[in-house]
Design a protein around this ligand. Structure first.
Ligand SMILES: *[C@@H]1O[C@H](CO)[C@@H](O)[C@H](O)[C@H]1NC(C)=O
Ligand SMILES: *[C@@H]1O[C@H](CO)[C@@H](O)[C@H](O)[C@H]1NC(C)=O
Ligand SMILES: *[C@@H]1O[C@H](CO)[C@@H](O)[C@H](O)[C@H]1NC(C)=O
Ligand SMILES: *[C@@H]1O[C@H](CO)[C@@H](O)[C@H](O)[C@H]1NC(C)=O
Ligand SMILES: *[C@@H]1O[C@H](CO)[C@@H](O)[C@H](O)[C@H]1NC(C)=O
Ligand SMILES: *[C@@H]1O[C@H](CO)[C@@H](O)[C@H](O)[C@H]1NC(C)=O
Ligand SMILES: *[C@@H]1O[C@H](CO)[C@@H](O)[C@H](O)[C@H]1NC(C)=O
Ligand SMILES: *[C@@H]1O[C@H](CO)[C@@H](O)[C@H](O)[C@H]1NC(C)=O
Length: 575
């Protein structure tokens, strides 16, 4: 689409995320674009590992997505490749299948590298009502010697802590400590304990700091610099009041003195386009310049349109000896420290963050690692290129639909869904589907999915008259429900038995369009509905686009065959 089409939208400028142009000259400051990990990539934790060829690695939260805890790697801080998922086998954490909460699952990981080993500490969070119950929080430690091979990520070691956002710290004498955020509705505080990372055995937890008075002190990390321990945390909750604050002490166990300049990073009370900024982590590059990553939402404070949720941004930090770190405010177009030279030399076959999809499900292929299920899938529901339908993904229906029994519950037999993150303000996602439902309420199609009570589906469904229909259903219930359009009409007779093309397009800043037509005659494509994306702009996660098949609780078992999966990035709004 021509840039000029959008130039008239004076509120926004459109940036096509293409590989950064020329490498910056070493001495001069760089310019780059945020977010660095667009789409549902919240709570970043990043490290620089000189020992592994000067590479940066980042982990982000994945909630109920499986595979989970994506690890992205980069040599230039701009081009990021998905090298693997820490949580890549059901046997590592079968409990993920039982999480009865759309906003539970894997929260805020911390990624660290020490003496040849990568450590990933995170929390599996259960029911969101049990704020007062330590059984809500399952804190876990994974390790790997080679994250380019995701199978090297271990099974987790569990440890006791009545809270979340746990982060390890190695003291100068080699002793390892864990800091974490004690359950915030019970006793909000940053606590610390000694820990044995191999066994999970902890010492007693003691409180280090309760923050500057903001809601929910969380996301702590400790850094040791110039004979001072710095404790950096997030406060204010992960919404518009989010902020990053810091305190320091010459002694690890405190007392910690707050930076008089707190918060060191926030977009609260501003009109910035990048809001909710906080939950940061700090690292140095090969030139010893400091950087921070944090989460942010692209949507000024007055906007309801942010379906991609919390994304990962990068900002330069100036941290002089003996001084407090000073963060640059977060914008779409940033200036800062010289970036390392552009490099595409990252091992592995994962996609780059700005890639689209063109997936043909050929015989012998496997699903790319950025495609995700919702909780742990039933493996029998998926087959690539079955012999009678080559170049398709066969999806057998789950009894549960995308909503499930209720908005929170984990269906025991899984849900037949496969998605990819919406990573672009504007995009077109499409698949072809060959599907003839045979039982009442059997349904298959495409979805824009945020969580069980917030999704929009375009499907082919058989209704009580035993005829196939085209149907658009918007589910938006619970907090901040938004009205969504629906559509239901008998499948045009000329389309019955044909392979259909189903398309989801982010047409502009506020609306999607949903279209269908015969795959062999694109000119007949009809746009059926324009759902507003504010219905999917909520909570801790971000939208997926993908496919589903369900019997809606009935007895149908007719498979759907999906082919020609395409996702085309068409632009980012960054200011
Ligand atoms: C989730 O909900 C189901 C149905 O209510 C219940 O059987 C199951 O025990 C719950 N799981 C957890 C981990 O609470
Ligand atoms: C909730 O937590 C508080 C503080 O730890 C405790 O005093 C109280 O007994 C707990 N309530 C329940 C119902 O567990
Ligand atoms: C931990 O606390 C308990 C109870 O207060 C105490 O008995 C124990 O000695 C403490 N352990 C350590 C290692 O400090
Ligand atoms: C934002 O403004 C409110 C109201 O004045 C104030 O209470 C809050 O501390 C401010 N937050 C930040 C991070 O400045
Ligand atoms: C380069 O960027 C850093 C970080 O934003 C800033 O502190 C410094 O002043 C900049 N230098 C120049 C020459 O602009
Ligand atoms: C989805 O499943 C729930 C629970 O079985 C059911 O109440 C609801 O009607 C289903 N949705 C559709 C569109 O059939
Ligand atoms: C986006 O498109 C929808 C559907 O055509 C339209 O109603 C809406 O006004 C558009 N929004 C903007 C910001 O252009
Ligand atoms: C697959 O879909 C894309 C995007 O709509 C389209 O350009 C392409 O022609 C399709 N390929 C086949 C083989 O149908």
């Amino acid at each position: 689409m021509p840039l000029a089409t959008f130039a008239s939208l004076s509120l926004f400028s459109l940036i096509f995320l293409s590989p950064a142009t020329a490498a910056a000259k070493p001495a001069s400051n760089s310019t780059y674009t945020n977010p660095i990990l667009p789409g549902f990539h919240p709570d970043p934790s990043c490290i620089f590992v000189p020992e592994l060829d000067d590479t940066f690695f980042c982990a982000t939260s994945s909630f109920n997505a499986f595979p989970g805890i994506p690890i992205h790697a980069s040599k230039d801080l701009q081009n990021w490749k998905l090298i693997g998922n820490v949580l890549n086998r059901e046997s590592q954490l079968p409990e993920l299948a039982t999480v009865n909460s759309s906003t539970g699952g894997i929260w805020a990981p911390t990624l660290r590298y020490k003496d040849g080993t990568f450590w990933l500490v995170t929390t599996l969070v259960y029911d969101d009502y049990a704020q007062n119950d330590s059984s809500r929080w399952d804190n876990i430690i994974f390790k790997s010697s080679n994250p380019y091979h995701e199978s090297t990520w271990s099974n987790p070691v569990h440890f006791d802590f009545n809270g979340y956002d746990t982060s390890p710290f190695w003291d100068e004498d080699g002793q390892v400590y864990m800091v974490g955020s004690h359950a915030w509705q019970v006793y909000p505080a940053i606590q610390i304990a000694k820990i044995n990372l191999r066994t999970g055995a902890t010492g007693n937890w003691t409180t280090l700091w309760t923050g500057t008075g903001g809601l929910a002190p969380e996301g702590p990390h400790i850094y040791y610099k110039d004979e001072m321990y710095y404790l950096m945390i997030a406060e204010g909750g992960t919404g518009l009041d989010h902020m990053e604050t810091i305190a320091r002490s010459p002694h690890l166990m405190g007392p910690y003195r707050a930076n008089p300049a707190n918060p060191v990073l926030t977009a609260a009370n501003t009109t910035r386009f990048f809001t909710t900024v906080g939950h940061a982590d700090l690292f140095q590059d090969a030139s010893d310049n400091w950087w921070a990553v944090a989460l942010a939402t692209r949507s000024d404070a007055s906007s309801d349109y942010h379906p991609m949720g919390r994304e990962t941004i990068l900002t330069p930090v100036t941290w002089k000896k003996g001084d407090w770190p000073v963060f640059d405010p977060v914008e779409g177009e940033m200036g800062g420290w010289p970036l390392p030279a552009q490099s595409w030399h990252i091992k592995g076959d994962g996609p780059w963050i700005s890639d689209g999809d063109d997936i043909d499900f050929s015989l012998g292929s496997s699903l790319p690692r950025h495609l995700t299920y919702w909780r742990i899938p039933n493996p029998d529901a998926y087959a690539i290129s079955p012999s009678d339908h080559p170049y398709t993904l066969q999806l057998n229906p789950s009894s549960a639909n995308l909503t499930g029994i209720n908005a929170k519950s984990a269906p025991a037999a899984g849900v037949s869904f496969l998605g990819r993150r919406q990573q672009d303000t504007l995009f077109t996602f499409s698949v072809d589907i060959s599907y003839t439902p045979r039982s009442t309420n059997e349904e298959a199609g495409v979805t824009i999915f945020l969580q069980q009570n917030k999704h929009v589906d375009l499907g082919i469904v058989q209704l009580a008259d035993n005829k196939p229909y085209l149907r658009v259903r918007g589910i938006s219930t619970g907090a901040d429900a938004v009205a969504l359009p629906s559509y239901e009409a008998a499948l045009p007779s000329a389309w019955v038995g044909q392979t259909l093309h189903l398309e989801i397009k982010a047409q502009n800043w506020t609306h999607y369009s949903l279209s269908a037509g015969p795959a062999s005659a694109r000119s007949q494509t009809r746009t059926l509905a324009y759902p507003v994306n504010s219905a999917l702009s909520w909570g801790f996660t971000g939208t997926f686009v993908g496919i589903y098949a369900t019997s809606n609780g009935g007895d149908g078992s007719t498979p759907a065959y999906f082919s020609n999966w395409s996702y085309i990035p068409q632009g980012q709004y960054v200011n």
